[in-house]
Ligand binder design. Sequence first.
Ligand SMILES: NC(=O)c1ccc[n+]([C@@H]2O[C@H](COP(=O)([O-])OP(=O)(O)OC[C@H]3O[C@@H](n4cnc5c(N)ncnc54)[C@H](OP(=O)(O)O)[C@@H]3O)[C@@H](O)[C@H]2O)c1
Length: 285
Amino acid sequence: MTFAPVLNCPSVPLSNGLQIPILGLGTSHNGGYSHDAVVYALTECGVRHIDTAKRYGCEQELGKAIRESGLARSDLWLTNKLWPGDYGYKAAKKACLDSCSLMGVECFDLYLMHWPDSWQPGCSNREMRAETWRALEELYKEGVCRAIGVSNFLVHHLEQLKEDCSVTPHVNQVEYHPFQQPIHLMEYCRREGIAFEGYSPLAKGQVLSDPTVLHIAEKHRRTPAQICIRWSIQNGVVTIPKSINKKRIQENCQVFGFQLEEGDMAALGKLHDGRHVTWDPTNVE
Ligand SMILES: NC(=O)c1ccc[n+]([C@@H]2O[C@H](COP(=O)([O-])OP(=O)(O)OC[C@H]3O[C@@H](n4cnc5c(N)ncnc54)[C@H](OP(=O)(O)O)[C@@H]3O)[C@@H](O)[C@H]2O)c1
């Protein structure tokens, strides 16, 4: 069985030659997880990229939904994340293999260290990140992870990793929406060949009632969510809106038949106010 992928969904090249679809579906522990919505996204909306994490507690369910969709594993991009409770060389390797078997897959397309803080006493964050990253490098070389990356890492975390390890992260997944535009970090990632992926593209819904977003939505006869997703895409940022509602999943996929104008992009670019709607890694050493 094959289904048409999201119409005209482009992908972003990683430094190792892989291509990550620029639009994916987020999953979550907050706000629940819907088996039917994931199957719908895969079979009716052409979604080919799913973002999850051990932390979200839905790996087994997600594996079932993927099998139920009838899609070949090779047609899907699966991102998973390693929780800090599993940092450390041995624990990280075990956690990744456990996640693979829970989901019923042989490899992840992308595997991320979820957070820069290791929460482990007696060992500095820097040492623990480096030790953990060495495990991810091995998983990458063994083919268990087709690409490896980090999430919520700031420039100083990335600089340390560069000194301590050999493989540059392929991706950094960071909070990104019109209220949170970490331009300096994005430029750093671009210079270092690290693909920038944005999470919470709708600011968990907070940005959907912003007057500028509403005005641009009205002008293009699109919804505020479509404007925000389209804005990420036009900025070249991989984006993973989450919804457990079929109608909204479909809406969030219909973002390729129109173009935001330069003035729209500039107006949205001015909405940055620095707020985080999830967590803020600024003070993580
Ligand atoms: N790496 C990290 O640390 C990290 C942190 C946070 C998130 N993430 C990833 O990023 C994904 C997305 O982030 P997020 O869930 O925090 O925020 P988000 O995608 O910005 O917003 C999700 C919220 O918006 C609602 N929504 C979705 N589409 C909508 C639409 N078209 N119109 C109106 N409301 C809509 C959803 O409700 P319904 O579900 O009811 O539609 C949900 O309440 C997550 O699922 C996860 O995969 C990663």
